[in-house]
Write a protein that binds this ligand. Structure first.
Ligand code: GAF
Length: 371
């Protein structure tokens, strides 16, 4: 394994453990996680592999096979961490004095900037490796929560739990139905191929700079609306009409999205359980329109990807993840794959957008030890 070879070359011995954690796409349930709602992500076949040996001092050495220098970054303490190393050091920091330093080599193949949660994969791979070598006995959900805390408190991104939970808990061939309040989850079989369907990822190759600030703003709007409505979180809104009558402007739109999106997750899970996977397209489309018009987190590239894939024969399509660029997903009958790709490529070329990248999405396994 090349990450093990790189570890040996950099640090002069074999790693004590090697863990892989995947990125994700979200089938449905967008911007619901931090509203205590429901999500339905599945793990993708790309992720991060972390080879790790603990140290008995506070030094942290991290080598990324994707970094240009080819050299490990050496930090005498957690405070020295900068840039991408914060995702790694943040996990160590959240473990406090349960761990000291570590030598770590990282190899990732999540398509960069595609919005497929490479940062969650990085955090969860390192958290899983540390849990293993230090015999901490943490469950996959505890590792997901630790990774989310590293991202919230150390990196400074106020994300919800979805991406880390997907990376830690998903099962091959299944989507993860997660209640972000109780943290209870169920693996829902996602059998597309036997229905003649596939899930296509359309990577817009665009990531808008202001995404982080807009994400925090949406979250703050939801929290403000929940306070006005006297509920702990938007998950608790039971009378949508009554709630909307008490709100105005952006907050009104955000609430309408979140409440309906939670119902769409439950409806989609119901269809999957009933074996009616061919029927989920309308829910994907409705989710996209709501994210575009009510939550206002789509982008021209995402909208064109969705519209053109439907025109090319997709059964449903939507943006996936936080938005403002990243990827869309399309549910495509196998015999229409070429026509969907052609339709999207042509639409992008007509508008002068950068050519999109197409990736097949199969539901992969969550974090696991590889050596
Ligand atoms: C990003 C966040 F990291 C997730 O927690 C989630 O809120 C998602 O955007 C939107 O559904 O991926």
């Amino acid at each position: 394994m090349r990450v093990v070879e790189a570890f040996r070359a950099a640090f002069g011995a074999s790693p004590q453990t090697v863990w892989h954690a995947p990125g994700r796409v979200n089938l449905i349930g967008e911007h619901t996680d931090y509203n205590d709602g429901f999500v339905l992500p599945f793990a993708v076949p790309w992720g991060v592999t972390a080879a790790l040996t603990p140290r008995d001092d506070d030094t942290i050495r991290v080598l990324s096979l994707q970094s240009d220098s080819g050299q490990p970054v050496t930090m005498a303490s957690r405070e020295e961490s900068r840039g991408w190393t914060r995702y790694v050091v943040g996990v160590l920091a959240m473990l406090g004095d349960r761990v000291r330093g570590a030598d770590i080599a990282i190899d990732g193949d999540v398509p960069s900037g595609a919005g497929l949660s490479s940062s969650a994969a990085l955090e969860v791979s390192v958290a899983s490796a540390l849990n293993d070598v230090h015999a901490l006995g943490m469950t996959p959900m505890e590792l997901a929560l630790l990774s989310q805390k590293a991202e919230n408190d150390f990196v400074g991104m106020p994300c919800g739990i979805m991406d880390q939970a997907a990376s830690a808990l998903c099962e091959e061939g299944h989507a993860l139905f997660l209640d972000c309040r109780s943290l209870g989850s169920r693996n829902i079989p996602l059998d597309l191929a036997s229905h003649g369907l596939s899930m296509l990822i359309i990577d817009t190759q665009v990531h808008h700079e202001h995404a982080g600030g807009e994400y925090a703003k949406r979250r703050a709007e939801c929290e403000s609306a929940a306070r006005k409505l006297g509920v702990a979180a938007l998950r608790d809104v039971t009378d949508l009409g009554g709630a909307l009558a008490r709100l105005q402007g952006d907050e009104r739109k955000r609430v309408e999205h979140v409440v309906a999106e939670n119902h769409r997750v439950e409806a989609l899970v119901g269809l999957l359980r009933a074996g009616a996977v061919t029927e989920i397209g309308a829910l994907l489309n409705a989710s996209h329109l709501s994210l575009r018009d009510l939550y206002e987190v789509s982008s021209p590239e995402l909208d064109v990807a969705v519209e053109a894939s439907l025109k090319g024969g997709a059964r449903g399509a939507r943006m996936t993840g936080g938005g403002f660029g990243g990827s869309a997903i399309a549910l495509v009958p196998l015999e229409r794959l070429d026509s969907v790709k052609e339709s999207v490529s042509n639409a992008y070329a007509e508008r002068g957008f950068k050519a999109p990248r197409f990736l097949p999405a199969t539901a992969a396994k969550g974090a696991h030890r590889v050596s």
